[in-house]
Design a protein around this ligand. Sequence first.
Ligand SMILES: NC(=O)c1ccc[n+]([C@@H]2O[C@H](COP(=O)([O-])OP(=O)(O)OC[C@H]3O[C@@H](n4cnc5c(N)ncnc54)[C@H](O)[C@@H]3O)[C@@H](O)[C@H]2O)c1
Length: 256
Amino acid sequence: MPGRLEGKRVVITGGGGGAGAATARLFAAEGARLSILDLQQAEGEALTAELRADGVEAAFHHVDVSDEAAVVAAIAATEDELGGIDVLFNHAGTFMVKRLVEMTREEWDRLMAINVTSMFLTCRATLPGMVERGGGVILNTSSVSGLTANALEIAYCATKGAILQLTKGVAIEYREHGIRCNAICPGFIRTPHGDRERAALEAQGEEVSDDVIATVQGRICEPEDIAAAALSLVSDDTRFVNGSYLLVDNGWMALT
Ligand SMILES: NC(=O)c1ccc[n+]([C@@H]2O[C@H](COP(=O)([O-])OP(=O)(O)OC[C@H]3O[C@@H](n4cnc5c(N)ncnc54)[C@H](O)[C@@H]3O)[C@@H](O)[C@H]2O)c1
């Protein structure tokens, strides 16, 4: 039986580790041809080698997604390698735990660049090809932090809120070209990012224990939970879902 992404040409930023890597594995199992963009070279190359050993067409591009020239070059190289891009999954991102008055302008700008400007850059580089070929799907990783705010993560929440607005704007502007753009909003995920974020919050006196996570979202979200949600939003199952977001938080936001 053909996979749900059979032959689809997919770019995943942040696909070298965490939930991005879990998504790369699931998309590959569903028949996708992959281009992975990530800052972590060794992890990205190891993953693409693993996928290729399983017969998957996969390439790795060592890219800082906030670097305009690097993004433009990686998207152009991907279009050459795969003959086009059908799906762009903007997952790369990072966080900052700091009080507002302690943040430097450079730290604020850097987080905006990695989490938000990166998505502007990848979308700007990818959309012309999608328009030319008459369609495509974009999925952006926001967070529950894009919908609610908390102390110590004002900049992070601002970036994740901006991603939701970017998502809606792209959906409206490119709908007539057969392009859909949606977002996922995860709760805490068991990844290096999630572990580091919890440790940084705990170091500032915020309790983010397993018990607290169990209270708000039942259990920690596994990378594979994100991959499954991402698959539904890039597959044709959600062909009439556009400019929307999916909470991947096991009911956390329903409590608020
Ligand atoms: N882990 C969580 O609890 C959680 C919750 C909600 C949302 N998110 C979002 O998920 C994404 C992070 O994914 P994860 O949890 O799988 O974390 P992760 O740290 O395991 O993976 C993130 C990947 O993105 C890559 N990356 C980071 N900065 C990059 C850059 N400048 N250029 C290229 N690649 C870069 C990393 O190298 C890594 O492979 C972020 O967008 C984050 O905001 C995470």
